[in-house]
Design a protein around this ligand. Structure first.
Ligand SMILES: Nc1ncnc2c1ncn2[C@@H]1O[C@H](COP(=O)(O)OP(=O)(O)OP(=O)(O)O)[C@@H](O)[C@H]1O
Length: 351
């Protein structure tokens, strides 16, 4: 639904170049909620502003729903007719809501419809329908100043949906909200995604947002995408930074000559008594250093950090046993062999 290829944005600032985006390739599938996470300055805002051509990229292309937006003329307020039409199919939600304080809630939602030249009666019907959808049917005549932050954001979302977009872009939509309101707004985005089949691209600096609502995620640093994939793929990728942050477990080895591993349990594996089987089969004592259960991307996942006696070379077979049970095993000490060397060792151990 959204594809960027080689997206680059270089700003001129006080006579020098600032590279905000450095060749970003992004693929957002139809109907998914895709989160881009990164620290301040990583380039997230530049990315979202380039995706709807509020900023014109220095190079690279942006395709939304099959239309190459970068091929259409203009940018920002000076967009040409074709670009404006394409942009009306992309809703945008802002961190600080950007509501007009002199207009009622209903008139705020009607604004994009006025710009599209829709008649008064039809505008009013559509705005009331959208306010009902976001749970604010009773606030149509209120003014933004009379609303809570969460209600203002609901109005922002209703306004973003006015042009029947297929894509919703969300720029830190929950950053100004308290945790409970954040949860309700994320739930609303999820509901809209499912009810309307809306594709959502959101940027955030909060890992909890990704954990709560995203099907896929990308990690940005210094204008580049460092990692990306579905949340489940990321969680199953050994060494993934996003996975470690989405689902951290801690715990230190209790002494030398120990092997510390993180075991991740997905789906069926979560209910198998693998740790006691491991202990019995190989007659080893296992210490649990840390553990957590959580719901990530709507699925129950468990992660446990355990310690086995002896160095890694002595534990190749038990580690292989865990992997055979369908568990993901990450060895915590980075001095251990890489995956293919580990596989050789498992094969040798099995002989
Ligand atoms: N209009 C601009 N002119 C010059 N430099 C800019 C401009 N906009 C952004 N930058 C620079 O580009 C880089 C990326 O900024 P951007 O706002 O895209 O990052 P971000 O990840 O969204 O950060 P934040 O969460 O703080 O908004 C930063 O170094 C920033 O200073």
């Amino acid at each position: 639904m959204i594809t960027t290829t080689g997206l680059t944005k270089v700003y001129q600032s006080r006579g020098r170049d600032v590279t905000a985006l450095d060749g970003v390739d992004l693929h957002v599938r139809e109907g998914e909620v895709y989160g881009v996470i990164g620290q301040s300055g990583a380039g997230k805002s530049s990315l979202i502003r380039c995706v709807n051509l509020l900023e014109r990229p220095t190079s690279g292309t942006v395709t939304v729903d099959g239309i190459d937006l970068t091929a259409l003329a203009g940018r920002g307020r000076r967009a040409g007719k074709d670009l404006r039409r394409a942009r009306s199919r992309i809703g945008m939600v802002f961190q600080h809501f950007n509501l007009l304080s002199s207009r009622t809630v209903q008139d705020n939602v009607e604004l994009p419809l006025e710009i599209l030249g829709i008649s008064g009666k039809e505008r009013s019907r559509k705005a009331l329908e959208l306010l009902d959808l976001v749970g604010l049917a009773d606030k149509a005549k209120a003014y933004p100043a009379q609303l809570s932050g969460g209600q203002k954001q609901r109005v922002g979302i209703a306004r973003a949906l006015a042009g029947d977009p297929k894509v919703l872009l969300s720029d830190e939509a929950t950053s100004a909200l308290d945790p409970e309101t954040t949860r309700s707004i994320l739930q609303l985005l999820r509901d809209l995604n499912q009810q309307l089949g809306l594709t959502v691209l959101l940027i955030t600096h909060e890992m909890d947002v990704v954990k709560t609502v995203c099907d896929s995620a990308a990690l940005m640093r210094a204008g580049r995408v460092i990692e990306s994939g579905t949340v489940n793929e990321l969680l199953a990728t050994p060494g993934s930074e996003l996975a470690a942050e989405l689902f951290p477990v801690t715990g230190e080895a209790t002494g030398p000559e120990r092997t510390v591993i993180d075991v991740t349990f997905h789906g069926e594996a979560a209910t198998q008594p693998v740790i006691s089987q491991l202990s019995r089969t190989y007659n080893i004592d296992i210490s649990i250093l840390g553990a957590a259960m959580d719901t990530v991307a709507g699925k129950q996942i468990g992660r446990m950090r355990i310690e086995l006696p002896g160095r890694y070379e002595e534990n190749v077979v038990p580690v292989g046993f865990l992997r055979e049970q369908g568990l993901q095993v990450d060895v915590v000490d980075t001095s251990v062999p890489n995956d293919s060397q580990a596989l050789d060792l498992v094969e040798e151990g099995a002989k």
